[in-house]
Design a protein around this ligand. Sequence first.
Ligand SMILES: Nc1ncnc2c1ncn2[C@@H]1O[C@H](COP(=O)(O)OP(=O)(O)OP(=O)(O)O)[C@@H](O)[C@H]1O
Length: 262
Amino acid sequence: MISAADVTFAYNGTPVLAGVGLNADSGRVVGLIGPNGSGKTTLLRILYSALTPRGGTVLIDDQPVTSLASRELPRRIAVVAQETPPELPVTVADMVLLGRAPHRSALQAYTAEDYRLAAAALHRVGMRELADRDFTTLSGGEKQRTLIARAIAQQADHLLLDEPTNHLDIHYQHEVLHLVRALGITTVVVLHDLNLAARYCDHLVLLDRGSVAKAGPTADVLTREVLEPVYRVSVRVLDDEDCMQLVFRPQVFLSEPQPSAG
Ligand SMILES: Nc1ncnc2c1ncn2[C@@H]1O[C@H](COP(=O)(O)OP(=O)(O)OP(=O)(O)O)[C@@H](O)[C@H]1O
């Protein structure tokens, strides 16, 4: 379980989050959505203690995240962040093996089980054939899938992902999020694509300029009334066969010259 309450944060005195809360129950997938600059990445980084909030609390299974020792943290929380790791000359297989590092001491060699778990994780993201490739030579989407494989190999019981579908084609967008759901672990995922959020998230937290505009079950958040004022687009919610579909249209911008009648 991940539980954040009343989180406040500022960069160099500029407020970015004000009294934000988020709850992800065990095994649930919670989507963090909101316009550019609304504070999603900042909140995610606070959840894994990469940033320290000015106020508020973050609990991981009822334990303050700040009380987890630096060795314990990666065993509890796997992170797929937006920044790609440094361009080190490392193979795809070795990059995924790094996910096993929190489970052994610095001087301990990887075990056969570590190699098996890393290979299985690569297989799950469809990257096994590229195991021997230099990570730096991969396409953006292949890099993303490798980093997700590393998070899977890490076997943490909490997973945080920042726009994991960036760079992925439509097939892999769905495959990766389907996979994330199938892992069955407590997950918070930043998503821009609200149709992916509709399909793969149990709950959503919608941020708007550093505050929670709406939080709750996915269908309660993805409504025209909630989304239109926050995203400033026209929204239609369609009832497709197996999942709601959102259709967006630009609103008429007030500054635009209007066609004259007649
Ligand atoms: N290191 C930083 N120093 C100063 N301001 C920052 C820093 N990082 C982010 N910000 C500002 O904080 C606000 C929130 O940024 P954040 O990246 O959390 O938003 P976001 O919702 O993830 O945005 P996006 O959807 O564009 O990725 C933005 O106004 C951003 O410019």
